[in-house]
Design a protein around this ligand. Structure first.
Ligand code: NAD
Ligand code: DAU
Length: 342
């Protein structure tokens, strides 16, 4: 493993992974990214002059552009983070999710096959298992049961990856991560949205009863586990990655507000997300058996993240002042007005 293609490396987890890999290894890391609304070169600013790093502006659905990058940089490993990733946007408009998360994955798998890579790693999600009842945890061998357009598109990607392993013997691995938090997360996801809204004195639109449960893991824990799976994971295998513990959303919100010394009166319950999965819960024993343990609990991960947003207004304020405003109005305008009336 010498020359890595990190697709989606200008996004939240991808950028953290690039930083992590350059710090840990002496590999060439080539970021291949379309720079959608979620991609941001500010996320890679501090490694821009590292001679081991290169950036290619491209779409994973464009087979010609992918082939050229594979050739130009003699890629031997692909780690695919590129995706449309926000459940709420997938409910508003699923089209880009099907394109990137399904067709884009197929294009990358074909390139991996053509160039005979050492490893193709697919970064997937715990959402493929669907809602998990109290008392149960998802294991890698469990059937998939996605319930949102986002989750269905990611599941389709996983199934293609598995099929390329079985049919063509492509050396693949898949990781299924829980909710990540940390630096550079686009402020549409709940923790950065609520932290920055609270800093701006705006309401925090909590969906439904706020009792939904998520496993909030620190992004660098996730990156470390992916690195381990790349080096020690079994070919053809799937690994769940998370802390293995969950928090109710209302508890997550209280941690954010306490960290910022802001009042609970900022919480504004609004209409629920359609088809909202109430609980995800991972069994992480398989990745732990490779010798990995998460360093941060969910409350620690959330506090550390809020601290980063407090110290890095240069990063998020321009995002929230741009196209984000139109998205926010579309997603929350009516909901917030309706909940203020009731
Ligand atoms: P993100 O939305 O922050 O970033 C996605 C990146 O992919 C952006 O840089 C974007 O420009 C790029 N991209 C989108 N479409 C592309 C295309 N067609 N071609 C090339 N690049 C494209 O996402 P994230 O939160 O960093 O998630 C990264 C991966 O991890 C995704 O596959 C996601 O499904 C998975 N994942 C995310 C979480 C989470 O909590 N954020 C948890 C588990 C798994
Ligand atoms: O579980 C892994 C997944 O985590 C990843 O695959 C996705 O890419 C990532 O976006 C995330 O999905 P979620 O839907 O869980 O994340 P989100 O931050 O959108 O929401 C987290 C919880 O907070 C969820 O129960 C919905 C709730 N929520 C979210 C928003 C944006 C609110 O109550 N209000 C909000 O405004």
């Amino acid at each position: 493993m010498k020359n890595l293609l990190v697709t989606g490396g200008a996004g939240f987890i991808g950028a953290n992974f690039v930083h992590y890999m350059l710090a840990q290894h002496d590999y060439r890391v080539v970021v291949f990214d379309k720079l959608t609304y979620a991609g941001n070169l500010n996320n890679l600013k501090d490694i821009a002059n590292d001679p081991r790093y290169a950036f290619v502006h491209g779409d994973i659905c464009d087979a010609g552009a992918v082939t050229k990058a594979m050739q130009d940089y003699q890629i031997d490993t692909i780690v695919n983070f590129a995706a449309e990733t926000h459940v709420d946007r997938s409910i508003l408009n699923p089209d880009a999710f099907i394109q990137t998360d399904v067709y884009g994955t197929y294009v990358l798998l074909e390139a991996a096959r053509q160039f005979d890579v050492e490893r193709y790693h697919q970064v997937s999600t715990d959402e493929v298992y669907g809602h998990i009842a109290e008392g149960k945890r998802s294991r890698e061998s469990d059937p998939v049961a996605p319930r949102s357009p986002y989750a269905a598109s990611k599941t389709s990607g996983d199934l293609l990856v598995k099929a390329y392993f079985v049919t063509y013997g492509l050396p693949v691995t898949i990781s299924r991560g829980s909710n990540n938090v940390g630096p550079y997360q686009y402020p549409e996801k709940v923790v950065p949205l609520f932290a920055t809204n609270a800093m701006e004195g705006k309401p925090l639109p909590l969906y439904g009863d706020g009792r939904q449960m998520r496993d909030y893991q620190y992004v660098l824990d996730h990156c470390e586990a992916i690195d381990l799976v790349l080096h020690r994971g079994g070919v053809g295998e799937i690994y769940n990655i998370g802390t293995g513990t969950e928090l109710e959303n209302i508890a997550m919100v209280r941690i954010i507000l306490e960290t910022l010394h802001k009042p609970e009166s900022l919480i504004q319950p609004v209409a629920d997300r359609p088809g909202h999965d109430r609980r995800y819960a991972l069994d992480i024993s398989k990745v732990k058996a490779l010798g990995w343990m998460p360093q941060y609990t969910p409350p620690e991960a959330i506090r550390k993240t809020v601290q980063w947003y407090m110290e890095n207004e240069w990063w998020w304020r321009p995002i929230k002042a741009g196209d984000f405003r139109a998205y926010y109005e579309r997603q929350y305008g009516e909901r917030l007005r309706a909940s203020q009336k009731s």
